[in-house]
Design a protein. Sequence first.
Length: 142
Amino acid sequence: MTSPLTFPSAEWVAAYGAAINASETYRAASVNWTFGAVALVVTAQPEIGLSQAVAIWLDLDRGVCREARMATAVDAEAAPFILTAQYDRWKQIIRKEVGPIAAILQRKLDLKGSLPIVVRFVKSAEALVEVATTLPTRFLDE
């Protein structure tokens, strides 16, 4: 078995980008996505080692992840879609304990961007979560 990758880390993000591109389910659900990058922001939580907010930048276009990288929260502000949550919420999403759209609608995940577009691509969001669940992940608070 592959060694677990720490979430969030450059290694986890690189593996995530590769896994997104290997997912036929994501590609099929996202062939019409032309709305730009998505930034996933993890808020600061010093007690587990996140002294400042960090972001995962996903340059998504027509079912392809053109780039997946770590970014600062300031860099993330340039993305047309920004999803922000505390670490434990991202952990719940990655473990499929809560769905991404439900989390947005319940205000457990903050969305900056067009909600109608996100809702239209619910299958894409679900596929992105499904891909994340396939990565061997080590969480900072465990």
